[in-house]
Design a binder for this molecule. Structure first.
Ligand code: IMP
Ligand code: MG
Length: 176
């Protein structure tokens, strides 16, 4: 089966929206130091472009987790694959995500971050697929693009670890 990728959000559209979103979120943090936390690996591309719009002090940290989605979401069964470098206590934290789908990944990440007692935590995601949300009461403060229930790749997002390097977001389909 051949993997075909159709452009959903072009390089130019990404650039325009990320610049706009960066300026908007910068307003919130211009007078305070923010720790941006990118969830590996998907959010890295977005973080690097987004962070360039900030004019205040920005620290960056990276987190990788895997959760056992089979269990109840309150079980707290989170495996930290790569922990944070910084102590978050009393800090302003901005979680930067590639995509929020069911919300399970984000919920896991927020549980971990909140346990470190930050002053406040906000969430910024490049893509949001609200139709697939399972976790309710999940606050996503800033969204780049809201998309339908499509499987997308590129600009950090992968299919079997491939296509993260594309400079656009595409929809994947298979052809014989
Ligand atoms: P959630 O836990 O269901 O919200 O899923 C979030 C994670 O699943 C993302 O961080 C991605 O790694 C992955 N994911 C969800 N939707 C897509 C997609 O359309 N393409 C690629 N990865 C996706
Ligand atoms: Mg991810």
């Amino acid at each position: 089966m051949k993997e075909i990728i159709d452009v959903l959000i072009s390089k130019e559209e990404l650039h325009r929206r990320i610049t706009e979103l960066g300026k908007e979120v910068n307003e919130e943090y211009k007078d305070k130091e923010v720790i941006m936390i990118a969830v590996l690996k998907g959010a890295v591309m977005f973080l690097t472009d987004f962070a360039k719009e900030f004019t205040g002090d920005v620290l960056m940290d990276f987190l990788a987790v895997s959760s056992y989605h089979g269990g109840t979401h309150s079980s707290g069964n989170v495996r930290v694959l790569k922990d944070l470098e910084y102590d978050l206590e009393g800090k302003h934290v901005l979680v930067v995500e590639d995509i929020v789908d069911t919300g399970r990944s984000l919920e896991t990440v927020l549980r971990l971050i909140n346990s470190r007692k930050p002053a406040d935590v906000k969430v910024c995601t490049l893509l949001d697929k609200p139709s697939q949300r399972i976790i309710e009461n999940l606050t996503v403060d800033y969204v780049g693009f809201t998309i339908e229930n499509l499987f997308v790749v590129g600009y950090g997002l992968d299919y079997e670890e491939k296509y993260r390097n594309l400079d656009y977001v595409g929809v994947m389909r298979f052809e014989d």
